[in-house]
Design a protein around this ligand. Structure first.
Ligand code: SF4
Ligand code: SF4
Length: 466
């Protein structure tokens, strides 16, 4: 026997969430990993260094994976490494609106400057205290959003604190207007050696950006911001909100962004919301028209070589470098109903609004708030309680079949196992709360009007176009 002493590696934290098995988290990574029971049992009382047999297979594995390290006899694992018992359900990501203020007047957004004169904003001391709570609740990852997050006077202090607590920031949602040299230099300095976050920047098409953003000159501002961000080494995802006026500019815009070096574009149909309903004029686009336009766009896109990854939200992703695609609307029919969540994203994360309210889904948080549907406020109730048992956890743990109980058509639908209402509750809630319809139109039209086959037919041509 070759004996040695081991402790938990300094960049690893051992955790166990209520109602889950044990897991581990590596510092500055965005997710937790489940651990086999045997490994968790070994690690859960490894606060003080323990003598082990180096030839033992379990020890060899843990050393090889970097989960434990060799150490001196009197050494111990750090306080951060744990092990920690987390008093709530496992949630990975917080999408955090650090400010409700914005410099743009977007026609579809309840946080637009002209709609939100008394906008809330997180006080820095409350923000730092929330970060501490998030760590104790086993959160791994942050996405900062707004309003416009770069308007927050303490954004860099907030980012630094996230990393000081061993957590990670995977992305920042921004309208791009404030991505000046000065701001990007400051962000570079704050990130230091940490992996740079993805910058998700709204851009609604060449010649069309100013209209939706309600801001003259927005197009130039954002394109300048995108170019600067790329120059500073950030990955950029352009977010294209599709409506009837800009849908035909999509192909030209994607080609242009691809040439600039933008890594990804996400295309999202502007969803029904109270504010969009008031402002859309003749720009509303229903699913059938939207799907027809996406078919056309896809046919054009696959004919030419590209590098940019295209994600048509909730429908499919196109990876032109490998000529592969992933269908997002088609669900795995082999997963039993009892295990199929109504929305996988809601199960893993939540939105924290600028006023401390938490919502299960960022896409419909504005509609929920406008309709008075509130789920809890972290400035009034401890975070762990809200993540243990509350309206948010109820919504997060909702299964698709439970959601479909009220919808007669779904009960006997031949597409049910492939559809499960599109595995997105946002579209359904938008239809329900804004239009009073109890249905999942995005998924229903996709399957029942034959778009599932039409899209597959177009995508399967891709490999034949060499
Ligand atoms: S969509 Fe973004 S940029 Fe537009 S008003 Fe809302 S927060 Fe501001
Ligand atoms: S296609 Fe429509 S009716 Fe059928 S399961 Fe999907 S949402 Fe329900």
């Amino acid at each position: 026997m070759t004996s040695t002493y081991v402790k938990i590696a300094p960049n690893v934290s051992i955790r166990r969430w209520v109602h889950s098995g044990g897991g581990m988290y590596r510092k500055n990574e965005y997710r937790a990993y489940p651990l086999p029971q045997e490994e968790y049992d070994f690690l859960q009382d490894l606060f003080l260094a323990r003598e082990v047999n180096k030839e033992d297979e379990l020890v060899q594995n843990l050393l090889h994976e970097g989960i434990v390290v060799e150490c001196e006899k009197d050494d111990k694992s750090s306080e951060w490494s744990g092990p920690h018992l987390i008093p709530n359900l496992h949630f990975r990501t917080v999408m955090w609106a650090i400010t409700g203020r914005c410099n743009y007047n977007c026609k579809h957004c309840f946080m637009a400057k002209d709609n939100n004169v008394n906008a809330h904003e997180w006080k820095v001391e409350d923000a730092l205290s929330f970060i501490q709570d998030a760590e104790e609740c086993g959160i791994c990852d942050f996405v900062l959003t707004g309003g416009e997050p770069f308007l927050h006077p303490h954004i860099f202090t907030i980012i630094s604190s996230i990393y000081q607590h061993g957590m990670h920031m995977s992305a920042i949602n921004t309208n791009g207007a404030l991505l000046t040299e000065k701001v990007l230099n400051e962000l570079d300095k704050t990130m230091g050696k940490h992996e740079k976050p993805l910058l998700k920047i709204s851009f609604d098409g060449i010649g069309h950006h100013d209209w939706l953003r309600g801001h003259k000159g927005a197009e130039k501002e954002v394109l300048d911001g995108i170019k600067r961000a790329l120059k500073h080494g950030y990955s950029v995802r352009a977010q294209y909100c599709v409506h009837a006026k800009n849908v035909d500019a999509l192909s030209e815009t994607v080609d242009y962004l691809d040439k600039l070096g933008v890594q990804e574009i996400r295309i999202i149909r502007v969803a029904e919301s109270v504010r969009w309903d008031q402002n859309k004029e003749d720009a509303g686009i229903y699913y059938t028209q939207y799907y027809d336009k996406m078919l056309k766009f896809t046919e054009t896109f696959i004919e030419k070589p590209h590098s940019i990854h295209v994600s048509i939200w909730c429908m499919y992703d196109l990876y032109p470098q490998s000529k592969t695609y992933v269908l997002r609307m088609e669900q795995d029919p082999d997963i039993p109903d009892e295990k199929f969540y109504a929305c996988g994203d809601c199960r893993m994360g939540f939105l924290l609004a600028a006023n401390g309210e938490i919502f299960p889904c960022d896409a419909v948080s504005g509609t929920f708030e406008a309709k008075g549907m509130l789920f809890g406020n972290v400035l009034k109730t401890p975070l762990w309680k809200l993540l243990y048992e509350s309206p948010v956890t109820k919504y997060a743990c909702l299964k698709a079949y439970e959601m479909a109980k009220d919808i007669k058509e779904c009960q006997s639908c031949e597409y049910w196992k492939r559809c499960r209402m599109g595995a997105c509750t946002a579209v359904m809630f938008s239809a329900k709360l804004v239009e009073g319809k109890n249905e999942a139109p995005a998924a229903c039209i996709y399957f029942k009007d034959g778009y599932s086959e039409k899209f597959k037919h177009v995508l399967q041509k891709w490999h034949q176009l060499d």
